[in-house]
Design a binder for this molecule. Structure first.
Ligand SMILES: [Zn+2]
Length: 409
């Protein structure tokens, strides 16, 4: 099925208003750079206008201008292809274990940013009383069936009812970190556990500076934010994705959750060095994003060499930003380009720059000449093994993250 793009598309714009530092309230920022671009959504285009800045007082990196929430909701509903929960089939076990270890048997777990509810469904199978909240997906009947309760909480998500609240890769997207965290804490019982994962700006600044992200946490700033809100972080919870950081923390002081404390002296003591690290990391991120664009061009070139006729069906596997870079380059050279993904919440949704929707692996068998471009930094090896084991013959299997040929005929 082909969905043709209309000749003219509406353009959504936002009021981008200045925001203070989420960590210390500082108003003075040091400009790191700007990212202005237009995102192609399903029915409309969205004008993005980021100014990346570091707080002069504490070194936290954030979007110095924030869009209004109406614009963001419209954007996520129309343009977001989702990376939250999208790789549950690979990394879900580690997340489930982390929740199970910290939650009483049969306890209530609430997931914020629950996408299509796959993670909650697993927790329910394990005997937990699990529910998901997702403002973006709340109106989808299928999601509701898996335990969604929508933006306005129903009785299920009553205050102080959850043993554990989890949010994977949500906090970096929110307009107001303090207000968001206060709402999550409100759901927790005293002594309940909050588990968060966000990108790690210190180790993977290029991933943290993904389009869409407004907040860029280091382990230092993430910990400080939680402590200010009356949470006591544990040490050593491992992230489940390559570029991320995870933290689990117990609610020990509800009064602080209502009135967050000032950042600690220890936090400010390290501010000058943190600011220097933030600026250095921003340069690394810019170089990394340039490198990724060059790799996408190299990968598209390898595909063209594998079939100069342009007749092969090309499958970009992994509906993410790597596929977004390489897919438009492939459509210039090949008649049939499909973006493949395993996530039920992505399949069937349009993909930026393509006139076909994201497909599941079932379409692969229909092709007779195939080229694969693997777009998942975490799982390309596993996907390559799966292709080798499947019996799908391929002219070439190309790693679109590294720009290398993995196998060729
Ligand atoms: Zn600050």
């Amino acid at each position: 099925m082909t969905e043709k793009t209309p000749a003219t598309r509406p353009l959504e714009t936002a009021d981008w208003t200045p925001a203070p530092c989420d960590l210390c309230g500082g108003q003075v920022t040091i400009r790191l750079g700007e990212r202005a671009y237009t995102v192609r959504g399903r029915t409309r285009d969205f004008e993005m206008n980021f100014e990346d800045a570091a707080c002069a007082a504490c070194g936290f990196v954030f979007a110095a201008r924030r869009p209004d929430s109406g614009f963001l909701m419209a954007y996520y509903r129309d343009a977001h292809i989702g990376h939250r929960g999208g790789e549950l089939h690979f990394d879900g076990e580690k997340r489930l274990a982390a929740v199970a270890e910290r939650t009483p048997k049969g306890g209530r777990v609430i997931e914020i940013g629950a996408n299509d509810g796959a993670f909650c469904a697993k927790l329910t199978e394990m005997g937990f009383d699990a529910f998901g909240l997702d403002p973006v997906e709340a109106d989808e009947a299928e999601s509701v069936g898996k335990g969604f309760i929508g933006e306005g909480r129903s009785g299920i998500a009553e205050p102080r009812s959850a043993d554990t609240v989890v949010a994977y890769y949500v906090l970096e997207h929110v307009i107001d970190a303090n207000a968001w965290l206060a709402e999550l804490i409100d759901l927790l019982k005293d002594g309940g556990t909050l588990i968060l994962e966000v990108p790690n700006y210190e180790t993977h600044p290029g991933d943290s500076l993904n389009p869409e992200h407004l907040l860029h946490f280091t382990p230092r700033s993430l910990r400080e934010l939680l402590v200010r809100h009356g949470l006591e972080p544990e040490d050593g919870l491992e992230a489940t994705v390559r570029y991320g950081q995870a933290i689990a923390a117990k609610l020990v002081d509800r009064a602080k959750a209502a009135r967050p404390a000032e950042p600690s002296d220890v936090y400010f003591d390290d501010a000058a060095a943190a600011l220097e690290r933030a600026q250095a990391a921003y340069k690394v991120a810019k170089a990394e994003r340039t490198r990724r664009t060059l790799v996408a061009h190299a990968a598209a070139e390898l595909a063209a060499e594998a079939d100069p006729s342009g007749k092969a069906s090309v499958f970009a596997w992994g509906a993410n930003e790597y596929a977004e870079r390489v897919a438009p380059l492939l459509t210039e050279r090949f008649e049939t380009v499909r973006v493949i993904d395993r996530s039920a919440s992505k399949i069937g949704t349009p993909f930026p720059g393509l006139d076909t929707s994201i497909a599941g692996t079932d379409v692969i068998a229909e092709a007779d000449r195939r080229i694969f471009l693997l777009c998942s930094p975490n799982w390309n090896r596993q996907i390559a093994d799966e292709i080798a084991a499947s019996g799908w013959e391929a002219l070439a299997v190309i790693d679109a993250v590294t720009g290398e040929i993995l196998s060729a005929q």
